[in-house]
Design a protein around this ligand. Structure first.
Ligand SMILES: [Zn+2]
Length: 157
């Protein structure tokens, strides 16, 4: 079942909606710009899907494909940076669906949005933000500006 965050939270009737052409164009450009990241995400999602995983469409301002299943749970539990509930790579979110909350999904969708803005440069920008935090005596993860933005986005879930 697809998620529909923008529809669920807008509270607007269909006739009150703004013209959707610009947001759709922005989403399309983001998908194209982030395609190198999404390709990596698809390669990681492939074993999940082959292991009888599930694919869901997340309909949001920045859309994504949500992949979950036993292989996803296995990979997330053994993530090199520590056990995780979910991770976003381009427009692909790999998640442990049982523990996926609206807050976690919103957090990951913020990373999808960041990927759509930065494109293939996002991993470098993310690592640069971690390095910047460490050079200022702060934590590479908690004080990473992209993680701070994602935690801020969670508050609107
Ligand atoms: Zn994050």
């Amino acid at each position: 079942m697809p998620f529909s965050q923008d529809q669920a939270s807008s509270g607007m009737l269909p006739e009150e909606r703004q013209p959707r052409r610009l947001p759709a164009l922005r989403a399309l450009l983001g998908i194209v710009w982030a395609a190198p990241l999404t390709l990596v995400g698809l390669l990681l999602a492939l074993p999940v899907l082959l292991g009888r995983g599930q694919l869901r469409v997340v309909r949001a301002a920045t859309p994504a494909l949500l992949v979950s299943g036993r292989v996803a749970d296995y990979l997330l539990e053994r993530h090199p940076f520590g056990a995780m509930c979910a991770m976003a790579i381009g427009h692909i979110i790999i998640a442990d669906f049982r523990s996926l909350t609206p807050q976690i999904l919103t957090h990951e969708l913020e990373h999808v949005r960041q990927g759509a803005v930065w494109g293939g440069l996002f991993p470098f920008a993310y690592c640069g933000a971690s390095l910047w935090a460490v050079l200022h005596g702060k934590d590479a993860y908690w004080n990473n500006r992209f993680e701070i933005a994602a935690r801020r986005a969670e508050r609107h879930a």
